[in-house]
Ligand binder design. Sequence first.
Ligand code: ADP
Ligand code: MG
Length: 323
Amino acid sequence: MKYNEFNIISKFFKNQQKKDKNQITGIGDDSALIKIPKNNMLAISTDTLVEDIHFLKNTNPKDLAYKSVAVNLSDLAAMGAIPKWITLSMTMPKSDAKWLKIFSKSFFNILNKYKLKLIGGDTNCGPLSITISVYGLIHGNKSLLRSNAKNEDLIYVTGSLGESAAGCFLLQKKIFLRNINIRNFLIKKHLKPIPRINEGLLLKDIANSAIDISDGLISDLGHILKSSKCGANIDLNKIPISKNLKNNFKSSQYLDWALHTGEDYELCFTIPKKNIEKLNFSIKKKLIQCTCIGYITPIEKELNLTRNKKKIILNKTGFNHFI
Ligand code: ADP
Ligand code: MG
């Protein structure tokens, strides 16, 4: 059966979830209406994924649906917000029922996992692209900003960096790896990044600033430095790199991935020394896994990198859409 725009909405996206108590209207009216609970801020974020730019041609709709939601949730995580609502605007070259069925099943799987409600969207015909907006709540008036890093804050990153890039290059057959298990693991890191929602919530009350690493550590940390009008010293030996990368690739290669390639969707955050004990307690309780990689300095935008106590000069800054 061929579906038109209205059939697509009603068959694959409408009435797939129960409304939550703050939702007055959802899909089916001209706008969605949401009640914002008292003493909350609304965090709003949008990301577009375009075929051939943000995801490879012929990406499985299951993976595409997961990742387009996950990368948006990562932005809410970096603000310390609780995900609540989502809108989905899709542009597709044709109405392919099989593709839509797989997409929508995977889409609602991740929505339900994070207790997100789909409240609206748009459906169009054209080159494949997915635009998602997510809406989250932040209790009180403290959130995690890029602009609040302070001199002498310690700089941390969650998880490990570079594996998503390795997975992407494996998918593109630009690199090869014999070990099928590690190969599949790295590809999964690329296709199924885990948004660090719980970590963001935990950091909201103890970190001074945060950003999610979508474009590479250098570029994203650079945003914190610029917004906060400060600099940083980073020790490259401290960048968390997994055994999967260390055992299979040269250090020049995995460091390049970790620093410049991005799509890890880990959090980079800065924390004042007075809160380190609280952070260490959470690390001990396994509520967060993170590594200290350096500290903030007062010199605006100056990023000093060292490795084995030697200064390192870099000539790249990260993924940039227009160069
Ligand atoms: P309008 O013409 O007023 O923009 P649409 O026909 O585009 O309305 O959409 C009708 C309803 O369906 C709206 O509530 C809209 O938010 C929702 N909607 C459209 N496309 C999607 C989609 N892909 N996913 C979820 N809701 C959608
Ligand atoms: Mg519309």
